[in-house]
Design a protein around this ligand. Structure first.
Ligand code: ATP
Ligand code: MG
Length: 397
């Protein structure tokens, strides 16, 4: 019998037309994630399998819990004998060291040529266990031990406990998006949700040195690194936004500072997205959260770009967002106290219902196309990859 990790993909099975593409992507993503562990990943009739050395199993199951497109992760066994006596004996040996008093056998039979039905197999195996292990009872409703059998064409799978996977689509199957990543709580969560839908992300961060510190930038890198767990390696585009912000601050009525600043961010993001073949922008805006996120503000800001802007958190409360941030382990990093470029330039009374016409007029007070062009020239691209991070080396150093 071979010990093996079995992967079930749930929602994927509804993607009939391009199932192969989805599966290939899922397989590649898993191979990439486990590349340092010497594994073989295969897929066959509705299941994916990871073979590796015994000592890697825990690491593998832990990492797979961060892979989108997986419905369940199971450590089980497979054996090539389809003989009923062998099946009974295998089950008996697998449960021999387990402590339980009630059990149930559940069988799935994708091999329709197998002479017994699923129910018949379960009954046979169940009574074999009762006969050979004293003091046990069958409980079909609430068993302490569930024995799962899958009778396939050339093998039988045996397993018990199942770990819930993240669901969603394999990263990359829906194309690429550019995440506007600030150091705050919202944008990493928005990124996580976009990745869940199969979007492979790159990220853009606007910094304003010396008004923003190197710690603020490091914080964004750390957040990007958290997303790498789910996204795979991620390119972070850092744009120096200082000149634009200073020009805005000097020349534009203060109630429109944020509106114009965000219009600039959107324009630059759209240009970087187009260069990097990203189909959408993703950001952490949430309706009503601040003055720049009222519906009229969003309309006035969004007006400057054609690329679709996806706001996964649009209808979430802050408390819901915080709960998610804790779940994906970005919260503690997000609340580190470093200022970002928006918080420094917040005016006392930002306009709540900006007019598009006014925004356009005010923008003429600065040479914004040139400023955008200059800002893009400052682009620094940082490759964020988990394997290069210090955390990876912590147990070695
Ligand atoms: P977050 O929304 O991430 O908690 P925040 O509240 O400071 O951070 P907002 O002012 O709410 O940010 O901005 C809304 C969204 O705009 C952010 O979620 C993020 O997607 C984007 N954004 C804001 N500042 C920046 C920045 N400096 N670089 C890149 N994107 C930014
Ligand atoms: Mg926010």
């Amino acid at each position: 019998m071979q010990k093996i990790v079995i992967i079930k993909y749930g929602e994927l099975s509804t993607k009939k037309d391009n199932l192969n593409f989805f599966l290939q992507t899922l397989k590649q993503n898993i191979q990439e994630l486990l590349k340092d562990l010497e594994v073989t990943v295969t897929n066959d009739f509705g299941r994916m399998f990871v073979e590796s050395k015994e000592e890697n199993f825990l690491k593998i199951t832990e990492r797979l819990q961060k892979v989108f497109g997986i419905h369940e992760i199971i450590v089980g066994y497979r054996d090539s004998s389809l003989d009923l006596n062998d099946i009974c004996n295998q089950v008996l040996s697998l449960i021999s060291d387990k402590d339980f008093s009630t059990f149930k056998v559940e069988t799935k039979r994708s091999n329709k040529k197998f002479p017994l039905t699923s129910v018949e197999v379960s009954k046979k195996v169940g009574s074999f266990i009762l006969k050979n292990k004293a003091g046990l009872k069958v409980d079909v409703k609430n068993p302490e031990l569930l024995v799962n059998l899958e009778i396939r064409k050339t093998e039988v799978l045996y397993y018990g406990e199942r770990i819930k996977g993240l669901g969603g689509y394999p990263v990359g199957t829906l194309g690429k998006g550019l995440l506007m990543l600030s150091g705050g709580i919202d944008s990493p969560v928005a990124g996580f949700m976009a990745i869940k839908r199969g979007i492979k992300l790159e990220a853009i961060y606007f910094e304003s040195p010396p008004h923003t510190s190197i710690q603020a930038k490091n914080k964004v890198k750390m957040l990007a690194e958290k997303l790498v767990d789910y996204n795979g390696a991620l390119k972070l585009h850092v744009i120096n936004f200082t000149k634009i912000q200073e020009e805005i601050l000097k020349n534009i009525p203060h109630e429109y500072l944020i509106t114009i600043m965000r219009r600039m961010m959107y324009r630059i993001s759209a240009i970087i997205a187009s260069r990097r073949n990203c189909h959408i922008l993703v950001n952490g805006e949430s309706i009503g959260q601040v003055a720049s996120q009222t519906l009229t503000s969003m309309k006035c800001i969004n007006e400057v770009v054609k690329i679709p802007v996806i706001r996964p958190l649009a209808c979430f409360d802050k408390l819901e967002i915080i709960a998610l941030a804790k779940k994906i382990d970005t919260y503690e990093t997000s609340i580190l106290p470093y200022e970002d470029c928006c918080t420094i330039f917040v005016p006392d009374h930002p306009v709540i219902n900006p007019s598009i016409q006014k925004a356009q007029e005010y923008e003429k007070l600065i040479p914004y196309e040139e400023l955008i062009y200059e800002a893009i020239k400052t682009e620094e691209v940082i490759n964020i990859d988990k394997l290069s991070s210090i955390e990876k080396y912590r147990d070695i150093l």
